[in-house]
Design a protein around this ligand. Structure first.
Ligand SMILES: Nc1nc2c(ncn2[C@@H]2O[C@H](COP(=O)(O)OP(=O)(O)OP(=O)(O)O)[C@@H](O)[C@H]2O)c(=O)[nH]1
Ligand SMILES: [Mg+2]
Length: 385
């Protein structure tokens, strides 16, 4: 019996988590941005004065089912005109100290947040941005509160950014993480710019941090699906390589173990999602989900390949890909749909969802790696949410 809970945790430990610092004046919307991108209200957002007073690393929310595989550092709430030099020094010291601690600890990316409605850059912004540039730390300038900025304010802030040449060194993205609420309780527009920020971030982060970052963010489900495909593809292609271990159908636990790395990678991708898998299936851990799903796999094997007891090459690749795609779809469904009922009912629903998804692909056959690559587009497109 595979201990999935433990397997998921062990896999999480192998992921390299990027260090992202979110820097900007107090009230520009740093916490709101963090909450929108990583969900679960992990950051303290609020109107009023300096909510955050030190460079703080956000610790995972107590309600989180798995640790957030990203380390977020939020800048202290600094108000213009108030001990400016002290705060600039504090920021520079923080960045230097992190960098001194080595590659794993250094800040890998900065989201530098400026309120578009401020129509200007403060000396604090300029000093910090220049320091970041001198230290060659990748950064993105986030123009926040774009929903309430007047056209002349937007123009003004961009003009100043150009005057200092920051537009040549930094990408700029316009966002509204928490648009203004009207008297009738609705927001003046939908939040925007979050996906753009996520996409720019994936362009700037070193490769080794991408899996963790894409798993941690919750605004770009398509990028999770793209990555899930990569995991499915790698596992399936592995079945063709010379000397690949056959998947022995006769030993159920070995069968599942052979595929568990792929399942772990996929479920961790969706552990943080719009609603969070935890909200979707109350009381069941990620390991529990895996156990329920994989318990049903043996029966699905024999239905797909009647009379075969050892899978090798094409049939192993087929089974790996079909179960991997079905599992990805199941995770996506769990991430947006809340399963309700008693524990037994929830488990039953979960089994049914997986079986239905498995059925969608079970007539596919893969004989060569090319067959697999031909399936990619359908998988990515057909099931976009
Ligand atoms: N209109 C509008 N308001 C926003 C937006 N983002 C944040 N706000 C509001 O701005 C206020 C401050 O937001 P926070 O996210 O707490 O700002 P912060 O940068 O974390 O502030 P400190 O922690 O004090 O440094 C809150 O009332 C938010 O609702 C936005 O995109 N548009
Ligand atoms: Mg804050």
């Amino acid at each position: 019996m595979v201990d999935y809970e433990n397997e998921v945790k062990k896999y999480l430990d192998t992921l390299s988590a990027p260090n992202i610092a979110i820097i900007g004046l107090t009230g520009v919307g740093k916490s709101s941005l963090i909450n929108k991108i990583f969900g679960n209200n992990i950051a303290d957002a609020g109107a009023g004065r300096a909510v955050t007073t030190e460079y703080t690393k956000y610790s995972p929310n107590a309600f989180d089912i798995i640790d957030l595989p990203v380390n977020l550092y939020d800048s202290p709430g600094y108000e213009p005109g108030n001990e400016q030099e002290y705060f600039v020094k504090k920021t520079i010291d923080f960045l230097k100290e992190k960098s001194r601690q080595g590659k794993k600890e250094q800040i890998h990316l900065i989201w530098y947040v400026i309120s578009a409605s401020a129509a200007r850059l403060t000396q604090f912004d300029i000093d910090i941005l220049e320091e970041i540039n001198r230290n060659h730390i990748p950064a993105i300038i986030v123009l926040s509160k774009y929903d309430i900025a007047q056209p002349h304010e937007k123009e003004e802030v961009k003009k100043v950014i150009e005057e200092y040449g920051f537009n040549r060194v930094y990408k700029i993205v316009e966002v509204a993480a928490d648009p203004l609420t009207l008297a009738n309780g609705s927001q003046i527009c939908e939040p925007f710019g979050m996906k753009e920020l996520v996409n720019l971030t994936t362009e700037l982060l070193p490769q080794i941090y991408l899996d963790a970052f894409i798993a941690a963010q919750i605004v770009d489900i398509e990028s999770k699906r793209e990555l899930a495909w990569k995991y499915v593809r790698e596992a399936s292609i592995g079945c063709f390589s010379v000397g690949a271990t056959p998947i022995p159908l006769t030993a159920p636990s070995a069968t599942i173990a052979a595929l568990s790395y792929m399942y772990n990678r996929i479920i961790v991708l969706y552990g943080h999602s719009n609603r969070g898998l935890l909200l979707a299936i109350s009381g069941i851990t990620l390991g529990g989900v895996l156990t329920i799903v994989t318990d049903g796999l043996i029966d699905l094997f024999s239905l797909t390949f009647p009379g075969i007891s050892i899978l090798t090459g094409g049939s192993a690749a087929t089974f790996t890909a079909v179960s991997g795609m079905a599992f990805t779809n199941t995770c996506e469904i769990l991430a947006i749909e809340k399963l309700t009922g008693t524990e037994t009912e929830i488990q039953q629903k979960l089994r049914e969802i997986f079986q239905e998804q498995f059925g969608k692909y079970s007539s596919l056959r893969i004989s060569t790696p090319d067959d697999l690559d031909r399936m990619r587009k359908d998988f990515i497109d057909n099931n976009k949410m």
